[in-house]
Design a protein around this ligand. Structure first.
Ligand SMILES: [Zn+2]
Ligand SMILES: [Zn+2]
Ligand SMILES: [Zn+2]
Length: 90
């Protein structure tokens, strides 16, 4: 693992209960839809994945310099760094 951004992880992996009925707030605001949700592990912001038309999670990572996200999908437990394009084991 080569990611040097793990020190930006401030939050635990999201709880399953928090994922229920979750939305991408930016998509809701613009009347759009998403495919999967991701959560920023630095500040907790929820955004949509790269398979979604608006890719709000990646946009947040770039704008705020928060490169590490976790899946916010029920039953999934993994993290990923956008800068290094690799999975993170924590
Ligand atoms: Zn990284
Ligand atoms: Zn979105
Ligand atoms: Zn963030």
């Amino acid at each position: 693992m080569s990611c040097a951004h793990v020190d930006q992880i401030a939050l635990e992996l999201p709880q399953e209960g928090a994922k229920a009925d979750a939305v991408c707030p930016a998509c809701v605001a613009q009347g759009s839809t998403w495919v999967h949700l991701r959560q920023c592990r630095t500040c907790g912001a929820v955004g949509c994945c790269d398979s979604s038309p608006n890719r709000h999670a990646r946009a947040h990572a770039r704008a705020e310099d928060h490169p590490v996200i976790a899946s916010f999908e029920p039953g999934e437990s993994w993290s990923y760094c956008y800068v290094d394009a690799e999975m993170i084991d924590r």
